[in-house]
Design a protein. Structure first.
Length: 389
């Protein structure tokens, strides 16, 4: 069964956007989860269907005004069979058959389009069920909809279809994203990227997920999770795999010994605060012409208030030399008393700025500046862009 043809047809895509559980199967449109009233005045669920033909990327009805129903005799709220229903046993496919033919012609010209036809029959049947049970609905929502095999999502993205930007979002396809470091900023980068149609998202981090991570990351882990101290990469992969089918985890720190993990990446987000391993990673990415964004922040306490800068540095093929000096180099010695101050909102903002820059670089968002380096100043609430030739 598939929703691909429905999604491509401007008229019938409205069924999916409305939350109908609709598919195309064996040359038929099938609208499932339709509540109806039985002769015993109970509410059950059946499906409506009728044959269609395909013309290009459009579905064309192969019938007139009629539609077929699977279930016991559909009745009105009083348990009396609807006059428009007549027994008609048909096998649609193996394990899929109808029991009644429904006929309700609104006028000499029939229904103006397929959406109107389907929703008209749904109302006739489902309104009777709602008279007995207000919770009965023929539109159970996207969670009931099937996803085609080529979709990276585990359920239908109705936000994109409702906004009418499906063609724009298709630009995410064929992208293979790697996120290195899943602390505060990296986890929020994942939260945003997982909502795009990229083919895959590899998470690389060798650390465990602890209490302090919970207060710098999206979501709300349970106390039991924190006590288990799961591997950070596996923990986030298990969560976001619920939405995106291409999320995988590597429970290692990235350094010069395992750079092969980056093979095949089309874009990399560097969100690790370990600066010592970064030069080797950056050298590999540059040598293999892989674009990447490096994020970072510097926050300090001054007179009892926090201030600082967020940084997003973008390194694209042909523009490497100017970007490299903007990425902090490993310090010769680490100050054991230095504080690494981070807060969830600043982590989230740093991540969102990076994801927006990535989307601009691949043509999803408009881009009039093409800056290679930008900073957000907390104290002035300003973003400064620096063009890197």
């Amino acid at each position: 069964m598939s929703t691909a043809l429905l999604a491509r047809d401007p008229d019938l895509a409205r069924l999916l956007d409305d939350g109908y559980d609709a598919v195309v199967h064996a040359g038929h449109i099938v609208i499932r989860h339709i509540p109806y009233v039985t002769e015993h005045r109970t509410v059950e669920h059946g499906f409506l269907t009728y044959p269609i033909t395909v013309s290009g990327d459009r579905l064309v009805s192969g019938t007139d005004h009629r539609i077929w129903f699977s279930g016991s005799a559909p009745c009105n709220e009083h348990g009396r069979p609807l006059a428009m229903a007549s027994a008609d046993l048909r096998e649609i496919a193996e394990g899929l058959q109808t029991d009644f033919m429904l006929s309700s012609k609104p006028g000499p010209d029939g229904y103006p389009d397929e959406y109107t036809k389907i929703t008209a029959y749904v109302r006739i049947i489902a309104d009777q069920a709602r008279a007995l049970d207000l919770s009965a609905t023929p539109t159970p929502g996207a969670a009931w909809q099937e996803i085609d095999d080529d979709s990276p999502f585990a359920y239908r993205d109705t936000a994109t279809s409702r906004a009418g930007i499906a063609a724009v979002n298709r630009r995410f396809r064929s992208h293979r994203i790697v996120i290195v470091g899943l602390g505060g900023s990296g986890s929020y980068i994942l939260d945003q990227v997982a909502k795009t149609e990229v083919d895959s998202i590899l998470l690389i981090d060798g650390d465990t997920f602890d209490n302090h991570n919970a207060f710098r990351a999206p979501g709300a882990p349970t106390l039991g999770v924190l006590r288990d101290r799961p591997a950070k990469a596996a923990y986030f992969a298990s969560i976001y795999a619920n939405m995106h089918r291409g999320v995988t985890a590597c429970e290692e720190y990235l350094d010069e010994d395992n750079l092969h993990l980056l093979t095949g990446a089309t874009f990399v987000f560097l969100a690790s605060d370990d600066a010592t391993g970064k030069p080797a990673v950056i050298a590999w990415l540059e040598a293999h012409e892989v674009p990447f964004i490096d994020v970072g922040m510097g926050v300090e306490e001054i007179d009892g208030r926090l201030s600082g800068l967020l940084r997003v540095t973008t390194s694209l093929p042909g523009r490497r030399d100017a970007a490299r000096p903007r990425i902090p180099q490993p310090a010769p010695e680490r100050d054991a008393y230095a504080r690494n101050i981070q807060t969830a909102d600043l982590n989230a903002l740093n991540a969102v700025l990076a994801v927006i820059r990535w989307k601009r670089s691949i043509g999803v968002y408009a881009d009039a500046t093409g800056e290679g380096h930008s900073t957000y100043s907390l104290i002035t609430n300003e973003i400064a862009n620096e063009d890197l030739p």
